[in-house]
Ligand binder design. Structure first.
Ligand code: HEC
Length: 408
């Protein structure tokens, strides 16, 4: 693919903008409805009971009072416009998948494949990445169908999915570049969330609505099943939100995705997210007098995070002073390194991120960022494709500390 890197950067930014906005809308409404459900109170007034209201609540917001009422499964008739909630989910998935395609699938060689982890052809890596999205949904869907409505079914589904996610994380981190693996894990779970909306929740709601508005009447037991299935999947989605957002954000933090134990670190952080979400879900019900105190979940979540933070703390590096050279480094010295290690992707032919380092002026402009990427973070060269040595990184460091000269 040969798109001008300038436009590629714009496409990336604009898609990311859309993606974050739609995801906020989706997760916001998901949070809101979970809150609503957990705070509804059984009505006592005869007129509400007569209407068939199952739960109602009062809220104040934006200068007025709201009085939502829930019918389980449906009211006898709806007289005004019925609002649906699916575009938030679909547009989050579509913008996310477009971004994933633009960044990772179309640039598989740079972003998806890390030859020091596993050597794939681009076709293999792309197929495999897409398989993660599909297979995870198929497994999850089956597990819900088989165990979802059994006694203690939620725990069985939760336990099995934790195992499946752990295995998936291990595989992703042993098959793909660390950063791609983290993003893929997030995309995999997020795809299942949208599939829940697309394949289960919305079709069920459509059947209920058509049973209300057309002459094809479904038996009440059947309607109740659609109601229960929809509720189950939307509750699962709420537990997925925090883990997915962590996975999406964490791929910007190289100290996480380059860690040797990154697969379990990701799983633990996602688990902490789900526990903390459980705290918030149960908190609503607790205040409504319907559940136990949820604090232990929050504490467990925080404890897991604290454990990961402590576990990952790097050993202080021993730098014996006699080994560190403080000699100044000239531009011509460092230019040789840039030429052999950076020009391949930031030179006349290719300009990743719209950056090139093959002239003193450009190097001067980007010196701080180059130092940051190649020395501090060690992220560049990308997946060390050009085989930079630790010594060369030290030379770049000393050059930067010499004031980053760009005259010979
Ligand atoms: C194999 C290709 C490749 C090589 C070699 C390479 N880079 Fe990069 N570089 C990239 C890609 C791809 C990006 C965009 C990364 C992103 O979007 O996060 C990038 C981005 C950057 C950025 C911008 C980071 C940011 O987000 O602001 C800097 C700075 C950078 N590289 C410096 C270097 C330096 C210095 C070298 C040589 C030591 C180097 N790169 C070698 C592929 C490469």
């Amino acid at each position: 693919m040969n798109i001008d890197p300038y436009y590629l950067e714009w496409a990336n930014l604009l898609l990311r903008w859309v993606h974050v906005i739609t995801a906020i809308a989706w997760i916001g409404s998901s949070f809101y409805f979970v809150f609503l459900d957990n705070n509804l109170e059984k009505p006592t007034s005869p007129d509400l009971l007569e209407k068939g209201v199952d739960g109602a609540m009062w809220a104040v917001h934006g200068g007025g009072f709201y009085n939502p009422q829930k019918y389980m499964v449906a009211p006898p008739k709806i007289h005004t416009k019925l609002h649906w909630f699916f575009w938030e989910s679909y547009s989050s998935w579509m913008s996310g998948f477009a971004l994933f395609t633009l960044l990772y699938l179309l640039n598989a060689k740079t972003f998806l494949i890390d030859p020091s982890i596993m050597v794939w052809t681009e076709g293999q890596a792309v197929t495999l990445a897409l398989a993660f999205l599909l297979v995870f949904w198929l497994i999850y869907h089956r597990v819900c169908q088989v165990f979802g409505f059994k006694d203690k079914g939620e725990w069985v589904v939760g336990g099995i999915m934790l195992v499946v996610i752990t295995v998936a994380s291990w595989l992703a981190c042993h098959w793909f570049a660390g950063r791609a693996a983290f993003l893929l894990m997030g995309a995999m779970i997020a795809t299942t969330m949208t599939a829940n909306v697309f394949f289960v929740i919305i079709p069920g709601q459509r059947k209920v609505v058509s049973s209300m508005t057309t002459s094809v009447k479904l038996p009440p037991e059947q309607l109740a099943i659609y109601g229960k299935q929809g509720k189950q999947r939307s509750v699962h989605n709420t537990y997925f939100t925090l883990p997915v957002i962590f996975a999406m954000l964490s791929n910007h933090y190289s100290f996480l995705y380059t860690h040797p134990e990154r697969w379990i670190i990701l799983v633990l952080m996602m688990l902490a997210g789900a526990l903390i979400r459980q705290f918030f879900v149960q908190r609503h019900a607790y205040h409504a007098g319907r559940a136990k105190n949820p604090l232990p979940y929050a504490l467990m979540g925080v404890l897991v995070i604290a454990g990961v933070v402590a576990y990952m703390k790097p050993e202080p590096t021993q730098t014996s002073s006699d080994q560190v050279s403080t000699e100044k480094v000239t531009y011509s010295e460092v230019q040789k390194i840039f030429e052999s290690r950076c020009y391949a992707c930031h030179g006349a032919q290719v300009q990743m991120k719209n950056l090139r380092f093959d002239s003193p002026a450009e190097v001067q402009k980007n010196a701080a960022n180059m130092y940051q990427q190649a020395v501090v973070l060690g992220q560049m060269p990308m997946n060390n494709a050009t085989g930079i040595t630790a010594q060369e990184r030290q030379t770049i460091k000393r050059w930067f500390e010499s004031g980053a000269p760009t005259t010979p």
